[in-house]
Ligand binder design. Sequence first.
Ligand code: 2P0
Length: 332
Amino acid sequence: QKLDEEERKITVIAHPNIALIKYWGKASETEMIPLNDSISLTIDLFNAKTTLTAKRIDDGEGVDDTVSVNGTNLALSTRFNRVFNSVRDRLGVQWSFTVTSSTNFPVAAGLASSAAGFAAIAFALGKAFDLPDEDIERWARYGSGSASRSVLSGLVQWKKGDRNTESHVVSHFPSSHWPDLRLIILVAKEEEKAVSSKEGMERTARTSALLQDRIRRNSERIQGIINSFAAHDFPTMAELIMRDSNEMHAVCLDSYPPIQYLNSTSWSIINLVHSFNSESVRAAYTFDAGPNACIFILNEHVEEFQTLVSSTFSNGEFVDKKNMFVSTLGQG
Ligand code: 2P0
């Protein structure tokens, strides 16, 4: 909505995403360039709804940006400032930005909201000023690397690129390509605050020799995901997803001091999935920078898997499907 030349207002929605092959480590923190490509699907059940109001300001008048998420005003971090300043540089005239965001993620889900949040802000900024997709992706990335993958829909690859202008996202398939695919999110209680992704990535890049080995396998893995997704080959895709998650957590352990994101519940779920897969591979776990499990699975197996999880944990963590969320994937 262009209220006049002095004010713009727009409301958009973006979804968080889950990486099948994960981003871990940056070549540049200032330009947010990753050390390896990553590939993801969006989690359709959850979203960030964001309203942006942009107001023209006169030369000499100070900018006054504000961001509130779920009713709380945030202290603006370097990342927000980097996004807003980059937009002002692009526009060539001064604007102040007010962002009001609400998320429908259950607080208990402990899912990182930054991907959906920054994707929504970047999308709103781009659309409010009729700017091209490259700008939207870049601003999402400046906010949070993984947010750039939430700008598109379907199976989305973030190609690292070697320079700022080369790092970009592409969608290989629309979400409609595999409508039976589901994600079950199992929320495992976090005992203590994890090392942030930013800090963890920095430590791994600085101290882990294993990371170099991981990076060497990256393009083969990404291609394996694209091919198995294209062919609806669940067992092949599932093994790649699980191996990549395991490997990301292995390089975290190889960092010094070591970083541990998985807890005993996470490990029980890993073992449960492998026993569920003993006859044929029907489920794949993946873990981000925390203990919650994300399980890729076909719709026809969801009920059986949920029932198994509910009955396995004797402390009642997942009884009656508590702490479990089922989503379709890839709408973006
Ligand atoms: C991913 N993660 O590919 C990986 C897997 C977590 C584990 O991207 O520093 O919030 O803002 O770029 O994107 C989470 O880290 O980190 C993440 P920054 P981000 O989804």
